[in-house]
Design a protein around this ligand. Structure first.
Ligand code: PLP
Length: 361
């Protein structure tokens, strides 16, 4: 709060107010670096996870162009990644979008097999944002580097921090994207881990901030809050996992008992503890969402509403979930503020809401 109400210095200014703000930024950089197992010089602050993914994918691919022309990702990535790949394709890069098994867990051997001598970059997310499945990131890095030691590996780790232990050097990745708001920090702030000596070209040009990789005056209150939030998230990761797993088990058991044909999407065990994604046959996810919202329950259907048409989640379709089931899906996310009472409330009203949603379908 002090950065918003008292200390207005610009961290790029040399005067005392500026130096104080710079200290705040560097303190935050230390905290974010420590939370992900990096050194502070490897952190580039960005305006969020999308920007970090764009910088990694476009920036590294452009910088390395000439050594090759091929880039690889998977079909269940966030659109920050998929659309960056699509953009690269428009720029003349050759792109491979690998299929993902029904489990929602990428097979490292399949990634390694797709790597060619011309492959510049591979991008596979660490945790999927819709089904919560945790990817074998270090095995993927091994498979890629065994096939081509020059290929860079980027991971979208936006959903990983605070949910699983994150250690970018143990994973062996070259680039990793993070967002503050997924760990209780503010929206519109993120970071890209860039392993030292990994070449990246800027996407945003200007005053040369963040070692020339991300120009623009740094959002001091935002990064300061990100630093604290990342530190807390990393410290509490095991404790919160245990608590959330117990809540999720209760939620899943309750749903299975009262809505026996509900179907779990993605592997149950290899997923972050706070995620539950289920398809409820005979319903529209959007209808259920509205009914839940009226009851004060904030849920997500994983489907995006574009130009009036409700599209089923591209993640569920990528996992081979049939279209009708993908349309009737609900994502429950349990977090810091979720309690056992919350789960009880959901379980007490969900069967009736499902009945209503089925009648409306
Ligand atoms: C996996 C993943 N990647 C990227 C993003 C984009 O992050 P931001 O909204 O900070 O741009 C999100 C946000 O939901 C996400 O879940």
């Amino acid at each position: 709060m002090a950065w918003l109400s008292e200390d207005f210095g610009n961290p790029s200014s040399v005067h005392g107010f500026g130096r104080k703000a710079r200290q705040g930024v560097e303190d935050a950089r230390d905290r974010v670096a420590a939370a992900i197992g990096a050194s502070p010089a490897e952190i580039v602050f960005t305006g969020g996870g999308t920007e970090a993914d764009n910088l990694a994918i476009k920036g590294a691919s452009h910088k390395l162009r000439g050594n090759g022309n091929h880039v690889i990702t998977t079909s269940f990535e966030h659109h920050a990644v998929l659309d960056s790949f699509e953009w690269l394709r428009g720029q003349g890069f050759e792109t491979t979008v690998l299929p993902v098994p029904e489990s929602g867990v990428v097979d490292p051997a399949a990634v390694g097999a797709a790597v060619q001598p011309s492959t510049l970059l591979v991008s596979v997310m660490a945790v999927n944002n819709e089904v919560g499945t945790v990817q074998p990131v270090s095995d993927i890095v091994h498979a890629v580097k065994a096939a081509n030691p020059n290929t860079l590996v980027h991971t979208d780790a936006v959903q990983a921090l605070g949910k699983i232990p994150v250690d970018v050097h143990a994973w062996g990745v070259d680039l990793a994207a993070f967002a503050a708001h997924k760990v209780g920090g503010p929206k519109g702030v993120g970071a890209l881990f860039v392993r030292s000596s990994v070449p990246v070209e800027a996407v945003i040009h200007g005053g040369g901030h963040e070692r020339g990789l991300r120009s623009g005056t740094i959002n001091v209150p935002g990064v300061a809050a990100f630093g604290i939030a990342a530190e807390v998230a990393a410290k509490e990761v095991h404790e919160s996992a245990e608590r959330l797993l117990a809540l999720r088990t209760k939620l899943l058991d309750g749903i299975s008992a009262t809505i026996p044909d509900a179907r779990l999407n993605g592997d149950l065990d290899r997923r972050v503890p706070g995620n539950l994604n289920v398809s409820i046959p005979g319903t529209e996810g959007e209808t259920l969402l509205l009914l839940l919202d009226q009851a004060g329950i904030a849920c997500s259907s994983g489907s995006a509403c574009q130009s009036g048409a409700v599209d089923p989640s591209h993640v569920l379709l990528a996992l081979g979930v049939p279209r009708e089931l993908a349309s009737g899906s609900l994502r429950f996310t349990l977090g810091r503020g979720s309690s056992e009472d919350d789960v009880d409330v959901v379980l007490s009203i969900l069967p009736e809401l499902v009945r209503k949603a089925r009648a409306a379908a």
